[in-house]
Design a protein around this ligand. Structure first.
Ligand code: COD
Ligand code: ZN
Length: 375
């Protein structure tokens, strides 16, 4: 077989922070050793694509191709790759799993030291890009960049899944939905009968609700400033909806009154560091556990009165629901196939790649859950 050559294809390129994406012809290099090139089949728009694109913090990383919640088919493989074959169905993963570093071999962490969350717009192996437009490098996002018909990822940043799984739905398990499930089942490992509060009922928060319901939580309180999330919340297991803007008292007081002093578990799914301290305040003294899932949209620092911890509450961070992507994702896909988890109802819109700016606007305006882009 002849070695793979450069592919020219369509991609939605961001030329600057907050600037509408432009459909461009991009060149996609062949995969380097231990990399694979994928034909992207579907990619959903995750909140953090929008957050990062809106941020003015990394103006030098443009032009850039965003997107990291994706399903695809292996088109070609780089030297040394034995785990994948051309034609395999895969999900991309934004925190890879090298399976040999200190974190990958520990049972406690998914923070791979080799293929961890990439923040510089480059590929892990050589700190370069695989995309270009007329010779000008185009930066990556999370070393995935799925808003392109083809992309290159490290073989540790993709996971082989059942070819029977519908690519236009299970792409949500590549980030947001899986993060919510994992925060409940793995990070908090909640017990049956418990009381749970969820701040923010987007795709992530609704996945937390669903997972809490599956685990047998007795009360699932959903907090959101958007009243449209009331009905959606109910459909995913929320037993009580509260809009903090319509409360006479601070939301933590309302929750404490409702729960005899505080919930057993609270989950921050807004991406607002201020809500972290509210979530802690909403938990019970003694055993209350707050799990953060959100990537902050504005202020990255958190602050909380030390007495919140002195009273025995715990604050626990998480990324991707604590899942080890390669080890854990295939079984989540199988759960979907057995209809044990509902991902389909988290999709609010389906659209082609050339309407991607519409998806960005819907998410900014809070008018969608997941928009799935069909390539
Ligand atoms: N009070 C209550 N609700 C609020 C407030 C507020 N002050 N502000 C906004 N909200 C609501 C919105 O109305 C919306 O319903 C919800 O919060 C946020 O939902 P979305 O749809 O914007 O976002 P999601 O659900 O896709 O996820 C958002 C996170 C902020 C959690 C995001 O950081 C994330 O996807 N994290 C988990 C995945 C992960 O680990 N990502 C890392 C790399 S992507
Ligand atoms: Zn994401």
């Amino acid at each position: 077989m002849s070695p793979p050559s450069v592919i020219t294809c369509r991609a939605a390129v961001a030329w600057g922070p907050g600037e509408p994406l432009v459909m461009e012809q991009v060149e996609v290099d062949p995969p380097l050793p231990m990399e694979i090139r994928l034909r992207v089949v579907c990619t959903s728009l995750c909140r953090s694509d929008v957050t990062q694109w809106e941020s003015k913090a990394q103006p030098s990383l443009y032009p850039r191709i965003f997107g990291h919640e994706a399903s695809g088919i292996v088109e070609s493989i780089g030297e040394g790759v034995t785990e994948f074959e051309v034609g395999d169905h895969v999900l991309t993963i934004f925190i890879g799993e090298c399976q040999s570093c200190k974190h990958c071999v520990s049972g406690k962490s998914n923070m791979c030291q080799v293929l961890g969350l990439e923040r510089k717009g480059l590929m892990h192996s050589d700190q370069k890009t695989r995309f270009s437009i007329k010779g000008r490098p185009v930066y990556h996002y999370c070393a995935v960049s799925s808003f392109s018909e083809y992309t290159v990822v490290h073989s540790g940043c993709a996971v082989k899944i059942s070819p029977t799984a519908p690519m236009d739905r299970i792409c949500l398990l590549s980030c947001g939905a899986a993060a919510g499930f994992g925060a409940v089942w793995k990070v908090a490992d909640i017990s049956k009968g418990s009381t749970v509060v969820i701040f923010g009922l987007g795709t992530v928060g609704l996945s937390v609700a669903q997972a809490a319901k599956v685990r047998g939580a007795a009360h699932i309180i959903g907090v959101d400033i958007n009243n449209d999330k009331h009905e959606k919340g109910k459909a995913f297991g929320v037993t009580k909806f509260i809009n903090p803007d319509e409360c006479d008292e601070p939301i933590q007081q309302v929750i404490k009154s409702m729960t005899d002093g505080g919930a057993d578990y609270s989950f921050e799914c807004i991406g607002d560091t201020g809500a972290v301290s509210t979530a802690l305040q909403s938990c019970s003294d003694g055993w209350g556990l707050t799990v953060t899932l959100g990537v902050p949209k504005v202020k990255p620092e958190i602050s909380a009165h030390y007495a919140l911890l002195l009273s025995g509450k715990t604050l626990k961070g998480s990324l991707f629901g604590g899942w080890k992507p390669k080890s854990d994702l295939p079984s989540l896909v199988d759960k979907y196939l057995r209809k044990e988890i509902n991902v389909d109802d988290l999709v609010s819109h389906d659209m082609p790649l050339d309407r991607i700016n519409e998806a960005f606007n819907l998410m900014r305006e809070g008018k969608c859950l997941r928009c799935v882009i069909h390539m």
